[in-house]
Design a protein around this ligand. Structure first.
Ligand SMILES: Nc1ncnc2c1ncn2[C@@H]1O[C@H](COP(=O)(O)OP(=O)(O)OP(=O)(O)O)[C@@H](O)[C@H]1O
Length: 607
């Protein structure tokens, strides 16, 4: 219950922080709109009774009441709708911004491997529109409550037995919930098939898979599978729709019986002179309003529960991020409390980076699978180190540990003898640079795309130009209509789409923006480039790294092309999470081990 209240408070907080006045006015004008309907029915009753008893003044006052109520209702409806859209829009922007901060602001990458985290984030991303809907859902429920409340008072004033009419909202609400559950069960039962249906559609229509589908003649197979899965989904969901329709009929019958019962009761009272003709008109009017009020209540109730479910995920994510921040603060406090204070990241590396018996595993499905099994090696200062090994040997994982994205399960990563985890993570990150396999295609201008690699110098055209030159991307820019100012990405009217290799060259340039990094990693960022271009680029990186020797910066290259890595000062061969060989190309060739064997195989393949 506390969690539910907290989620509710969080979503209302978003609405009220984003648009405080509009949110308040939405609630207030909602009440005015809601009350105006039964009050208008009351006005009609007074007019009828006053006219029948020749009370001209009473009829006129009632007419004024009616006119005033209608005017207030009309004005408040307009303002209500204006407030609704404003709150939704501003709260939506506020919520998505917070969502980006919560997901992107989490320090490491480990949470991206946590299945619970991934599941929650995926669902919130799908349902993020709902995050802005709590003020609206609340305003709707308040409206319904106000209408039912005033209606109940008016009916009780005629005869307390008429109270059963608003109470009939309860079975309607219950049936509405049952209908929602029926549909939800059908959605859940078909969610996997639905995901498959979407995946098949995506495969069949995405341009990037077009060539492969045609070569393998898969278009028809995919179409058949899609039809079959879609038929399954539709059959299950239409069964649920029929059940829901049956429940709606029961609901309608109960409402109709209530309507008839209320009119019969008031007519009986009128015959016995216990109710006026105006009372009959009032009950008929209120009973007619009742069915739409109950329908609205069911709609808003459902909406409220849906928004609340997303809100619970959102507060889960907030808590997760807060726990992570707390853990980081505790770490920082521990660093601060140590006698020497928190160590500063060195200006230059003197001893290098040492991996000492590093173990690391990914956790998923309640199990941890060890990927690095006791890795030990020293990356000397000022060196270019190449990491090689089969697919899945653990190269990328090692690179991420060096960047501080993950912490070893056991063992140490020491930077000049100091535990990497002892540094302020942001400070260490500022001294790292490079490019990764999964580089981002930032659809900004070329200057921004590259310049974000060193935010303080994003406007520095010369720095961006130099990084492009080093990353082999100058030729890409030369062909673009507005040079560095060209907008990238095919989905924009003035955007230019690039090839995979061209995007990759920009990602490389981005990774080369920072000045004097202590650690520069290139984790297969050249897979889309041909072997010669990769070789030339890596030679350039290595030359730049050697120029940077005075600060002891270490460059780590990961590649499957042995001809490319042969120029490194040190080659580390990883096999199934263990270092099996280290040395220069010459030393490893002389040893005649795995490296020599794979190098030989590859060079024969190229011949
Ligand atoms: N995020 C992850 N969650 C779970 N397991 C992972 C994750 N990333 C990698 N692994 C597993 O860890 C092992 C090492 O992966 P890693 O990406 O480090 O290898 P790699 O040597 O870089 O491979 P490749 O040359 O194919 O890029 C693999 O078995 C992989 O399946």
């Amino acid at each position: 219950m506390r969690d539910t209240l907290r989620s509710y408070g969080a979503l209302m907080g978003i609405g009220f922080r984003a648009a405080p006045w509009h949110a308040t006015w939405q609630l207030l004008t909602g009440i005015v709109t809601a009350v105006s309907l039964p009050v208008a029915a009351l006005g009609i009753k007074i007019i009828v009774d006053a006219s029948l008893s020749d009370d001209l003044n009473g009829a006129l006052y009632a007419a004024l009441l009616l006119g005033g109520t209608c005017a207030a209702a009309l004005a408040s409806v307009f303002y209500y709708v204006h407030c609704l859209f404003t709150v939704r829009e501003r709260a939506g922007a506020h919520a998505t911004r917070e969502l980006m901060d919560l997901v992107g602001g989490t320090h490491g990458l480990a949470h991206h491997e946590n299945p619970d985290y991934l599941d929650q984030v995926q669902r919130i991303r799908q349902e993020q529109d709902q995050l802005s809907g709590m003020v609206n859902a609340t305003a709707g429920i308040v409206r319904v409550g106000a209408t039912l409340g005033v209606t109940a008072v008016l009916l009780v004033a005629i005869d307390p037995r008429l109270l059963f009419l608003p109470l009939l909202a309860l079975p309607s609400l219950w049936l509405g919930k049952v209908r929602r559950d029926v549909r939800k069960r059908a959605d859940e039962a078909t969610s996997e098939s639905e995901r498959l249906r979407r995946h098949l559609f995506e495969l069949g229509t995405a341009p990037e898979y077009g060539a492969e589908l045609r070569v393998f003649g898969l278009t028809e197979v995919l179409g058949d599978r899609h039809r079959k899965v879609a038929a399954e989904v539709t059959a299950r969901r239409s069964r649920a729709d029929w059940q829901a329709a049956g429940l709606s009929v029961i609901d309608a019958v109960i409402s109709a019986l209530g309507y008839i019962g209320a009119i019969a009761l008031v007519l009986m009272l009128a015959v016995r002179q216990e109710a006026t003709p105006g009372d009959v008109v009032l009950v008929v009017g209120l009973a007619a309003q009742m069915s739409s009020t109950v329908g609205t209540a069911v709609g808003y109730g459902t909406h409220f529960l849906q928004v609340l479910t997303v809100g619970q995920r959102f507060t889960w994510l907030r808590r997760y991020a807060a726990d992570e921040r707390r853990a980081l603060r505790a770490l920082a406090a521990a660093r601060d409390a140590s006698a020497a204070g928190p160590p500063a990241v060195p200006g230059r590396l003197r001893e290098g980076i040492e991996l000492r018996d590093v173990h690391f595993g990914y956790t998923g499905g309640g199990q941890t699978r060890e990927v690095l099994r006791g890795v030990s090696c020293l990356l000397p200062p000022g060196s270019v180190v190449a990491l090689v090994g089969d697919n899945g040997a653990g190269k990328s994982t090692l690179v991420k540990l060096l960047c501080g994205f993950y912490r070893p399960g056991s063992g140490s990563v020491l930077v000049d003898g100091v535990e990497l985890s002892a540094f302020d993570p942001a400070e260490w990150r500022d001294r790292c640079a490079g490019a990764f396999q999964d580089y981002a295609r930032l659809e900004f201008t070329v200057r921004e795309n590259v310049g974000v690699g060193d935010l303080p110098r994003i406007e520095d055209h010369a720095a961006v130009g130099a990084a492009l030159e080093r990353g082999g991307g100058s030729g890409v820019v030369a062909d673009l209509p507005d040079g560095l100012g060209t907008r990238l990405g095919g989905r924009w009217p003035d955007g230019v789409e690039l090839s995979g290799g061209q995007w990759q060259k920009l990602a490389l340039a981005r990774g080369l923006m920072r000045q004097a990094p202590l650690l520069c990693v290139f984790d297969e960022p050249t897979a889309a480039l041909d072997a010669h271009t990769e070789h030339a680029l890596f030679e350039r990186f290595a030359a730049a790294a050697r120029e940077n020797r005075d600060i002891g910066g270490i460059t780590v290259l990961v590649s499957h092309r042995f001809s490319t890595v042969s120029m490194a000062d040190m080659i580390v061969v990883l096999d199934d999470g263990r270092v099996t060989e280290t040395g220069t190309h010459r030393e490893l060739m002389a040893r005649g081990g795995t490296y020599a064997e794979l190098y030989g195989l590859q060079s024969r393949g190229y011949r």
